[in-house]
Write a protein of this length. Structure first.
Length: 350
């Protein structure tokens, strides 16, 4: 995964899916004593926690710049002490606990509101899983199972459950909550301008075409690099000619995570990105489109105008407000997390 991918953290909530009248119900399915914590009486299974921890682990290694380095380099990183004065592994585990707590709360809220997945949602989930089997196993389910276990420390069926529950909690429920929050265009422009001035953030749209092997960090073969170069020029030309950027991202970007948000990112000057990328972003004017070459690959970038950003900015604002609600719920004693320290300590990053 490239360095500016915004990793979306979701929970692994082991379930049996029961389709009844176009809706889906959930039931916990776990082995005895296979839990790391409880939230409001509901267990956080070992599988759930491991998935969160794996995502946190990847994020930490990317930020530390060891994501493309050897296993020994990664192991040495996890022996370091964080700015919290504790081992990096301890901090990562605590972060994973917080993320799984958030998910549990959102899932509970969705259930309390009687929100369920309908047949359309389930069809989307099935298509997603079919795509994963294609991407991870070239259509071979057994091979996809092996790769998913290696990447995420869970089974393919557990991954399927993650996606469905993510749709329920952070898709349907969060969306309904966000829809209830109102903001005018003038209020939105004011907030956007204030954020740019205060935080120094610039919003861009981008398509990333990678010229290194993501697993080894080594450059691709010359013929593959040429293919990427030609494709980058083609995407740049399409962007300049006004083709919808969401479509370009969906069809061409190598940043899988970016497909979820149309390739939109907020960038600061201290972002862990190639200098060529940062230089272009902070020298560009609204409406500019550029093709930036880096040692990791090509970026086709657009700095959109406010009127082009308005809809996504509104949604960001609404979801930020939902997140504020979530932060308040986390302070409620009812949702307090009780940790099974024995189970937690038995889980190792390496």
């Amino acid at each position: 995964m490239i360095s500016n991918t915004r990793i979306v953290i979701v929970a692994v909530f082991l379930v049996l899916a029961i389709v009844v009248g176009g809706t889906i119900a959930y039931q916990v399915h776990e082995s005895s004593n296979s839990y790391v914590a409880t939230v409001a009486g509901e267990k956080v299974t070992t599988a759930e926690f491991k998935f969160f921890l794996r995502m946190i682990k990847n994020n930490y290694e990317t930020k530390a710049g060891v994501d493309y380095q050897s296993d020994d380099a990664k192991k040495n990183f996890w022996k370091t002490t964080t700015n919290k004065g504790e081992a990096a592994e301890v901090t990562a585990k605590n972060d994973a606990l917080l993320e799984v707590q958030k998910f549990k709360i959102m899932l509970m809220k969705a259930k309390q509101a009687n929100i369920t997945l309908d047949n359309t949602d389930l069809d989307k989930a099935k298509q997603t899983m079919d795509n994963i089997v294609l991407a991870e196993g070239d259509g071979d389910k057994a091979q996809a199972e092996k790769n998913i276990k290696k990447k995420y420390w869970i089974t393919l069926s557990e991954y399927d459950a993650i996606y469905k529950n993510y749709m329920l909690a952070f898709g349907k429920y969060a969306s309904i909550e966000a829809d209830s929050i109102r903001i005018t265009d003038s209020q939105l422009l004011k907030k956007y301008t204030e954020a740019m001035n205060k935080e120094g953030k610039i919003t861009v749209w981008e398509v990333f075409l990678e010229t290194v092997d993501p697993s080894s960090g080594k450059p691709l073969a010359n013929d593959k690099v040429k293919e990427k170069t030609d494709l980058a020029k083609e995407v740049y030309s399409k962007a300049k000619n006004g083709e919808n950027f969401d479509t370009l991202v969906a069809n061409y970007t190598d940043d899988v995570g970016a497909k979820q948000n149309g390739g939109e990112f907020s960038v600061t000057r201290d972002e862990k990105m190639p200098q060529e990328y940062i230089d272009w972003v902070f020298n560009a004017k609204e409406g500019d489109i550029g093709l930036v070459t880096t040692n990791r690959g090509y970026y086709v970038i657009k700095r959109p105008r406010f009127d082009e950003l308005k809809d996504s900015l509104k949604r960001t604002y609404q979801l930020d407000e939902v997140n504020k609600k979530l932060e308040e719920w986390m302070k409620d004693d009812h949702y307090k997390m009780n940790v099974n320290k024995g189970a937690l300590n038995s889980i190792k990053l390496y």
